[in-house]
Design a protein around this ligand. Structure first.
Ligand code: NAD
Length: 358
């Protein structure tokens, strides 16, 4: 066995259909008395339910979370928390809302209780992102890790099937790259493989019936595992590419992950046979096919996009995307510096065209 370092993340997880009923108890355990509830404008109805449940312990709602956490929104939310005398924030929603909670925690130290309603996994990571003057800066800080996470599959029944599938693929991407992380360890590999298995089992069932609570629980369980992997070990080419495509070409987060993942796994496969076996085991032996092809099929067969052209990317931008990706190289099991620029460009072309990996 390879030597390793394992760092546990100090968060408390409460999981189960109906787990939202423990919210008051969990706020009390945090030693808090007045919670500001954060959400997007679209999820205000769900957030209102939380406020009603909290009664006197609710300080109010801030329903202006948006994608990529603009610094102005983070400041407004922080000011609102101060004005209302909030001593904790409840972030209910996907990565955008939890990201807003993190931006508040970064400056104020306010404890965050997260109630994730997508599979993006931000709730399990100390990673934050804030957008200032059009540039998204990301960083790592232990203060932004939510102290408590309530996973209630009942709250995900309203997540549209299309977003459920792409968000699930986004989660799988964390686990897939975690399996070949430079600082990986056996515990994270166990979580990663099980996370991929749970989500791959859940997505076809959710597609058949979006209110299948067992499938929703499987998907959220997988999201927890995959999010933990993202928060614990380093990512590689896939996350770098998605960050570049999302940030510089304004493409939608979960969909970009869905399209790019099979292509990156095909690219990295020769360098990481152990990780590839784990992915293949997790995706199941329906028929002999590569990990990359299985990931492609999982997305395509469940109605998700598989081509960047369908996300609004322009072919003329592929050259610039390749240049940006190799400009500040990231660690990857296969080298990806300026010398590999043409290989990265080819990978992007395959992602653009939606080619199924061999
Ligand atoms: P999102 O949070 O932007 O949500 C997408 C849409 O779905 C929103 O309109 C939201 O209101 C809606 N929605 C969410 N849950 C719903 C539900 N149960 N029912 C109905 N509608 C629902 O999308 P996301 O993919 O979860 O998050 C993407 C953002 O999170 C990106 O900015 C990404 O960079 C960030 N992210 C950060 C980390 C991290 O560790 N810091 C990890 C993953 C993602």
């Amino acid at each position: 066995m390879k030597d390793f370092v394992y760092n546990g993340q100090p968060s408390r997880v409460v999981f189960g259909a109906g787990a939202l009923s423990h919210l008051e108890r969990e706020i009390e355990l945090l030693g808090a008395r007045r919670a500001l509830v954060l959400c997007t404008p679209e999820q205000q109805g769900q957030a209102q339910m939380v406020v009603e449940r909290l009664g006197d312990r609710a300080a109010g709602i801030f329903a202006r979370a948006v994608m990529h956490v603009p610094i102005e929104t983070a400041r407004e939310a922080r000011d609102e928390a101060r004005r209302l005398g909030a001593d904790c924030a409840v972030a209910m929603g996907g990565g955008s809302t939890i990201g807003l909670g993190k931006a508040i925690a970064l400056d104020s130290g306010l404890p965050i209780l997260a109630i994730p309603t997508t599979y993006a996994g931000s709730e399990m990571t100390p990673i934050y992102g804030i957008t200032e003057a059009g540039l998204k800066k990301t960083g790592k800080d232990a203060r932004v890790l939510p102290r408590t996470v309530i996973y209630d599959p009942a709250l995900t029944l309203t997540l549209p099937v299309s977003l459920s599938v792409t968000s699930g693929m986004n989660a799988i991407a964390h686990a897939a790259e975690g399996l070949y992380a430079r600082d990986g360890n056996p515990v994270m590999s166990l979580m990663a493989e099980e996370g991929i298995r749970a989500i791959a089992r859940a997505l076809p069932a959710i597609r058949r019936r979006s209110d299948d609570i067992d499938a929703r629980a499987d998907a959220l369980y997988g999201a927890w595992l995959c999010g933990t992997v993202l928060g614990s070990v380093g990512m590689a080419l896939h996350h770098k590419l998605c960050h570049t495509l999302g940030g510089s070409f304004n493409l939608p987060h979960a969909e970009v992950h869905t399209v790019v993942l099979p292509q990156v796994i095909a690219f990295n496969a020769p360098a990481v046979p152990g990780a590839i076996s784990c992915i293949e085991r997790a995706l199941g032996p329906a028929e002999p096919r590569s990990a990359a092809a299985s990931l492609f099929d999982l997305a395509r067969d469940n109605g998700a996009p598989v081509a960047l052209r369908d996300l609004g990317m322009k072919e003329v931008d592929l050259d610039r995307a390749a240049d940006l990706t190799v400009k500040n190289p990231y660690w990857n099991p296969r080298e990806m510096g300026p010398a590999q620029r043409n290989e990265i460009r080819q990978l992007l072309q395959k992602a653009f065209d939606g080619l199924r990996p061999a």
